[in-house]
Ligand binder design. Structure first.
Ligand code: DGL
Length: 262
């Protein structure tokens, strides 16, 4: 495995002899926001990242399609040596993680969920917003999260159709952000939590459009802390970080170079 700082992209089917590692996947580049935090928390851990860019965005797909893709990616990461899987995608977590855990009872999975609890802990007026994909917000898992953590609070659910795809493909997104943030501001909340791992990459643009004094949170560091608690390093593993994609390797490489200093 390559050393951190020299990640190389390989074709998805090009599987080399593997060592135990942490497998991380997302529909595309979004999970790199989680990978960035995992690398900070565990700088010596061997990591494999799989971006399903050929099938992104997940947030506008059916639950069946998201589950099928998630199963496929998990099988690939396991065959490459992953002994811990990070579902670095709120949408795949919402739709698929329960099934994945049932189907792989001996594999530890760490998922990503909108930070409803930390948002409420910070909110003075107990009024928060969650920005996420349509699939995450319509999921039973999200309804259960709000019921469990925020039954007596106000939670504005803000779907952001098209935003993950625009981040993924580096398309103009200012007008889209204006619209979503105007709806969030109209809901009169004081904390906003990002419920999609793509959105931290436009964090400053979102922040600039939120009302004064509105705090913005994401869960990447909390997820990385959970990964660090669960990770058991096998002896003689080499640190490293390998990125793979079902889409365009050059696009993933450029994005990682810009945001992760690879
Ligand atoms: N980054 C993903 C998430 O956290 C998926 C976005 C998408 O593919 O629609 O929800």
């Amino acid at each position: 495995m390559l050393q951190c700082g020299k990640a190389r992209l390989r074709a998805p089917m090009d599987i080399e002899p593997s060592q135990p590692c942490i497998g991380v996947f997302d529909s595309g580049v979004g999970g790199l926001s989680v990978l960035r935090s995992i690398r900070r928390a565990l700088p010596a851990a061997p990591l494999r990242y799989l971006a399903d860019a050929a099938f992104a965005p997940y947030g506008e797909r059916s639950d069946e399609a998201i589950l099928e893709r998630s199963r496929h990616l998990v099988a690939q990461l396991l065959s490459q040596g992953a002994t811990l899987i990070v579902v670095a995608c709120n949408t795949a977590t919402a739709v698929a993680i329960d099934t994945l855990r049932r189907e792989h009872p001996h594999v530890p999975f760490v998922g990503v969920e909108p930070g409803v609890r930390p948002a409420l802990a910070l909110s003075r007026r107990r009024r928060i917003a969650v920005m996420a994909t349509e699939a995450t917000l319509r999921s039973e898992r999200f309804a259960a999260l709000v019921q469990r953590e925020a039954a007596a609070a106000f939670v504005h659910a803000q779907p952001c159709p098209g935003l993950a795809a625009a981040i993924e493909r580096d398309l103009p997104l200012q007008a889209m952000l204006e619209g979503f943030c105007a709806e969030v501001n109209a809901a009169d909340v004081d904390v906003v939590t990002l419920g999609c791992t793509h959105y931290p990459f436009v964090r400053t643009q979102i922040e600039a459009r939120l009302g004064p004094g509105t705090a913005l949170l994401d869960t990447a560091d909390a997820v990385a802390a959970q990964v660090a608690r669960l990770w058991r390093e096998a002896p003689d593993t080499e640190p490293g970080c390998r990125l793979e994609t079902t889409g365009d390797p050059a696009a993933l490489r450029a994005f990682a170079a810009r945001w992760l200093a690879f």
